[in-house]
Design a binder for this molecule. Structure first.
Ligand SMILES: Cc1ncc(COP(=O)(O)O)c(C=O)c1O
Length: 300
């Protein structure tokens, strides 16, 4: 299954002699927007083969991954359990992400931040198996070797004529998949949505060697952090280029790519392919936070 490519037309691109195309993974599968379909595909196949009927996974209150796992569970007929960071959320009105997950049948379990930090430790996972099992456990962000295999399928031969392939980075699973299926001469650039120190140590083991690089300048202070410039950029981009971006991942990446073009990081003649990894479900919840901070709202 291949996503459509959309050419972006902006005066800046012509001035610098580069082209920019977006691969619209966000349009591929409306229920599992963006990289989520890729990450879940082989995991769900495996869970089914192993006879599991329940998926259990982890995420923060605005997690795209929790949202997608709930939708996938409903569509593919798995029971789903979402372990959510923050016991203080228990009993409070649910934000749009969690409300949607619950509508899709996900059982939400709120735990303390301290316990949440144990989310990859075997004794904690065993205790979850004991309490809710048997459950097929997906890691936070959904990244494992099966997810990376799914992300390898984002790029196809038709993408090999681009000079640069760009994607946002959280856990690095998407970048790992892209760097495995990119053509030898292509540069694969990852734009972390989090500060460098917060990137997982697994990232380098998933992407041994190769022609990939992280561009660390566009995390806007860290995961989920935004400012007026970013929100205004996302609103302008939607109006001018006709593509909606999310404020956590794809907005930061596109801001970074355009700034990179401005500062001539991309040589003249570059043909840039940016992967739209989805995440738009989080925009309504972000607007509630923006309103409280007196910042401009995202145009939905
Ligand atoms: C919309 C979106 N884009 C990009 C990413 C980053 O992907 P990865 O964790 O594979 O680096 C995520 C997180 O999973 C995401 O939800």
């Amino acid at each position: 299954m291949e996503a459509v490519r959309q050419a972006i037309d902006l005066p800046l691109l012509k001035r610098h002699g580069v082209t920019l195309t977006m691969k619209r993974e966000d349009l591929l599968f409306p229920l599992l927007s963006g990289n989520k379909f890729r990450k879940l595909k082989y995991n769900l196949e495996h869970a089914r083969e192993m006879g599991y009927q329940t998926l259990l996974t982890f995420g923060g209150a605005y997690s795209n991954h929790l949202h997608a796992t709930a939708a996938a569970g409903r569509y593919y007929n798995f029971r789903t359990i979402g372990v959510v960071r923050g016991e203080e959320l228990e009993g409070r009105p649910l934000n749009p992400t969690l409300a949607n997950a619950r509508e899709n049948g996900m059982q939400l379990v709120f735990i303390s931040r301290e316990l949440y930090r144990k989310k990859s430790e075997l004794p904690f996972l065993d205790s979850l198996q004991h309490q809710y099992g048997p459950v097929f456990i997906l890691p936070e962000g959904g990244t494992n070797q099966r997810a990376i295999r799914g992300c390898e399928e984002i790029l196809t031969q038709g993408d090999w004529n681009y000079t640069h392939v760009c994607c946002p980075v959280g856990t690095g699973g998407t970048l790992a998949g892209l760097s495995r299926s990119a053509a030898p001469g292509q540069q694969v650039l990852g734009y972390p949505a989090i500060r460098a120190g917060r990137l997982g140590s697994e990232l380098r083991s998933w992407i041994p060697g190769g022609h990939w690089r992280l561009i660390h300048d566009f995390h806007f202070g860290g995961y989920g952090k935004v400012n007026r410039d970013l929100i205004e950029f996302i609103n302008d981009f939607k109006e001018v280029a006709g593509v909606a971006l999310d404020p956590v991942y794809t907005g930061k990446m596109m801001f970074g790519i355009l700034e990179g073009i401005r500062r001539k990081d991309f040589p003249e003649g570059s043909r840039i392919l940016a992967i739209h990894t989805g995440g738009l479900q989080g925009s309504a919840g972000m607007n509630v936070r923006l309103k409280k901070k007196n910042l401009p709202l995202l145009h939905l």
